[in-house]
Write a protein that binds this ligand. Sequence first.
Ligand SMILES: Nc1ncnc2c1ncn2[C@@H]1O[C@H](COP(=O)(O)OP(=O)(O)OP(=O)(O)O)[C@@H](O)[C@H]1O
Ligand SMILES: [Mg+2]
Length: 215
Amino acid sequence: MRGKFITLEGPEGSGKSTQAKILIRRLAACGIEAIYTREPGGTALGEEIRNILQHNQAGEAPCERAELLLFEASRSQLVEKVIRPHLERGVWVISDRFMDSTTAYQGYGRGLPVDEVQAIHHFTVNNVIPDLTLLLDLEIGAGFQRVTLRYLALGESADRFEQEDRFFHEKVRSGYLKLAAAEPDRFRIINAAQEPDAVATSIWNRIADAFKLSV
Ligand SMILES: Nc1ncnc2c1ncn2[C@@H]1O[C@H](COP(=O)(O)OP(=O)(O)OP(=O)(O)O)[C@@H](O)[C@H]1O
Ligand SMILES: [Mg+2]
């Protein structure tokens, strides 16, 4: 049987990476094999594109449409090299961001036409569409506080996206909520302001319900 494809979405610092890892452990405890992928990246080519996008490796910022297409190139590689083959073998795939990130950031955030962005996703993912998308919704200020603490702990500096202004991130957040409202069958909105364990429980309940897991 084909594996399930679950994506975690949401603004900066909402807990996507934290929750993806917890979810994979919980699935393993139920005897379900699941892999973690992240976007952009997740393949050798994709990680190179990630570097270009996040650290301005080329010394020249991509224009908005070039940025969009770089994300799509990374995604297509991830779909064909990793996601589709695992799903076909019955392995579940948990992706830390996927196509909805591009709609939220490049479409709603940067202002590229959302319908055109979604048409490009359609081409890129080539029928590999998430079975369930968990939108970790969090107030922008709270996410920034978490990210700042994470950087202080790791001794890193903010990347290009986190340097965008607050207004940009507000547009991203409201864009995500519009996407969730437009596709209620695929999306579940999770209150990411809770403690990590409580967020994990909310996520697990939604997944058990969606896929009829006995827990
Ligand atoms: N529910 C939570 N409450 C408080 N802090 C949290 C919670 N979940 C995660 N954190 C902490 O907040 C920071 C951001 O979490 P995480 O890296 O999982 O978010 P993310 O959504 O993956 O962020 P990014 O968009 O930057 O990749 C981390 O330092 C993490 O330990
Ligand atoms: Mg993350």
